[in-house]
Design a protein around this ligand. Structure first.
Ligand code: HEM
Length: 579
């Protein structure tokens, strides 16, 4: 079945474009390279890999860009100044390792620390919101700050129609359709489908007969979440764990990478001239890839070959219910592929890094790892099996307090979405507090919430650079450990706030816990010569996502004898369409 789906997905790509197979190979080869951009950068920088964009579109767009820059800078000299700045930019390839390369989260942290009031003006029409009460006010005021206001061009990039960038009415319709897919009941139903058995087997086979193996854990986790999201949310087997370079994984990796020059140019132009930047055409084999998969899945679902109700089922059902409102039905139909793409990419950009950061910390903090493994062993026994398989029920996962603390502490120290963004829909005033003057916010201003800086503020989380899961223990279980004061928990924002908070929060937590439990119940992790020290270097660039700059290699050794291989619980619904 693995090979079958792989062939399907490849054939989807190969029918799409003559060059897409080789482009997938290229994409596969960058799958383990440092990445950049974000779920949100989906909106800022919707990237697609694949076939070569016609020369005339590139030329035309460049001419347009140059013209717009001349207009904007006022003169040719000004334009050359801007271009020189672009070339000197820390993100230009020639300056890839320039010392000036600072991740955005750290730049915002500097501004946050230096701030004297509740807001600090940033470049362009942006305000950094630094005070907690103002942050909460902004994020909860859906009337004044309903959207993120991210630049987009839906025509040039059909994948941009995902929930993160949708606005107003379209956002509320799609959000209402997606939310029920992440209820407690739905998550319980998909519980047995998590790809944890495959994850254990892959690590196992990497170690083979040796005592240990040095494993690039970031790549393994990216492939795990690709398989996991495929199974649990879409009912498909992606087999990314078994087949590195699998097209689904490759498309996500390529979309997340910053390797193409035109993508870097577009990204730089977003700073200077966003309205022009969004007109630089996108390559869209990734869009066609996801559109084709959605079509195939739709056909399979209609023929009732589905094994369980998926996120896509919810979307199709909602679309069918919109018969009375044809325009809305059409709108929903047009957003299936973007949601699917964004869902896979969110796993890639948020869930997988969380797993990698957690394992990196646990490798460096052996006492924390030991305590967590004691808890895992205890619950595995209670669940009736300790033969080397991670046997956890939904209930035992919910009962593991220390696992919960480890995940919370990981997300505090390394919030994958290191910045929240809101866009002022009209002119308004944020009332001053604690003696500060009120701040007037002009319509169209972007409000920036520096989550990373808040999470590292010792006023809320003492010794913020220490990895101390105990700080999140419930008071009754803290055994004298100092825990976060309830008032300071308002500073904990890994999934955002208000009506635009992460729609998949519960699912993401379940997936991270399942992944961690699977690895640590069976294996022990420790640092090796190639392991990054703490804090690890972060990827630089204009991105709201906090990502590891380099590989994350850890020494992994088995804790006990290995168990039998589990079989797949998911019917491969794409199977019939395979050659
Ligand atoms: C550890 C994993 C994850 C973290 C820490 C995370 C965090 C976030 C954050 C901070 C936001 C912005 C919230 C705001 O602006 O207030 C967000 C939005 C979003 N996330 Fe997640 N996320 C994670 C995983 C996922 C996954 C796996 C999915 C998809 C299945 C997902 C789908 C989304 C969507 C669609 C939005 C936009 C929501 C909207 O605008 O209505 N996230 N996420």
């Amino acid at each position: 079945m693995a090979a079958a789906l792989l062939t399907t997905v490849t054939s989807v790509a190969s029918r799409t474009t003559a060059t897409s197979v080789s482009s997938l190979t290229t994409a596969a080869s960058v799958a383990t390279l440092p990445t950049s951009n974000s779920v949100a950068a989906l909106a800022m920088e919707h990237t697609c890999s694949g076939n070569v964009t016609p020369l005339w579109t590139v030329t035309g767009s460049l001419a347009l860009v140059i013209l717009a820059l001349v207009v904007r800078t006022g003169s040719l000299a000004g334009l050359f100044g801007k271009l020189a700045a672009l070339v000197r930019s820390p993100r230009a390839p020639s300056a890839a390792s320039a010392p000036a390369e600072v991740p955005e989260a750290l730049l915002l942290q500097e501004a946050y620390r230096a701030a004297g009031g509740p807001c600090v003006a940033l470049r362009g029409r942006q305000l950094l919101v630094t005070r907690l009460d103002v942050i909460h006010r902004v994020c909860h005021d859906h009337g004044l700050f309903p959207n993120r206001g991210l630049p987009k061009n839906e025509k040039a990039n059909p994948l941009s129609l995902h929930l993160f960038s949708l606005e107003d009415k379209r956002w509320s319709v799609v959000r209402a359709v997606m939310s029920p897919a992440f209820t407690q009941a739905k998550l319980k139903a998909v519980f047995p489908l998590h790809a944890t058995g495959t994850l254990q087997n892959i690590v196992d086979s990497t170690i083979g007969d040796q005592l240990y193996a040095d494993v690039e854990i970031k790549d393994v986790m990216e492939r795990f979440v690709t398989d996991d999201v495929g199974r649990t949310l879409f009912g498909v087997e992606c087999r990314a764990l078994e087949r590195p370079g699998n097209p689904m994984h490759a498309h996500c990796a390529e979309a997340f990478s910053n390797s193409a020059w035109w993508r870097r140019l577009r990204q730089r132009l977003m700073d200077v001239c966003p309205r022009v930047a969004v007109h630089i055409p996108y390559r869209n084999s990734t869009a066609r890839f996801f559109q084709k998969i959605v079509r195939d899945l739709r056909t399979a679902r209609e023929a009732k070959k589905s094994s369980h109700s998926t996120l896509l089922d919810s979307m199709i059902q909602a679309e069918n219910e919109m018969e009375k409102d044809a325009a809305q039905g059409r709108m929903l139909r047009s957003v299936h592929a973007p949601q699917m793409f964004a869902t896979f990419r969110a796993g890639f950009e948020a869930t997988a890094p969380t797993l990698a950061f957690a394992l990196l910390e646990l490798a460096h903090n052996q006492d924390v790892q030991r305590r967590l493994q004691e808890e895992l062993d205890l619950h595995a026994q209670q669940d009736g099996g300790d033969a080397g398989e991670a046997v956890f029920t939904a209930q035992s996962l919910a009962d593991m307090t220390y696992l919960d603390c480890v995940v919370k502490e990981t997300l505090r120290k390394y919030p994958p979405n290191a910045t929240l963004i809101r866009h002022a829909s009209s002119r308004c005033t944020l009332p001053g507090t604690e003696g500060d003057e009120a701040v007037t916010v002009e319509e169209g201003t972007r409000l920036v919430v520096p989550v990373y800086a808040v999470h590292h503020d010792p006023a809320y989380f003492p010794e913020p650079e220490a990895f101390r899961p105990e700080r999140f223990l419930p008071a009754a279980e803290s055994r004298g450990d100092s825990t976060v004061a309830p008032a300071n928990l308002k500073a904990y924002l890994p999934f955002g706030l208000g009506r635009r908070h992460c729609v998949a929060r519960r699912f993401a937590l379940q997936e991270v816990k399942m992944g961690l439990a699977a690895v640590l119940h069976r294996f022990h992790v420790s640092p090796c010569a190639a392991t990054p020290s703490l804090p690890p270097p972060f990827l630089a660039g204009r991105s709201i996502v906090l990502a590891l700059k380099d590989h994350c290699t850890l020494r992994v050794s088995p804790r006990r004898p290995r168990g039998p291989e589990p079989s797949s619980p998911v019917s491969t619904v794409l199977n019939k369409s395979l050659p």
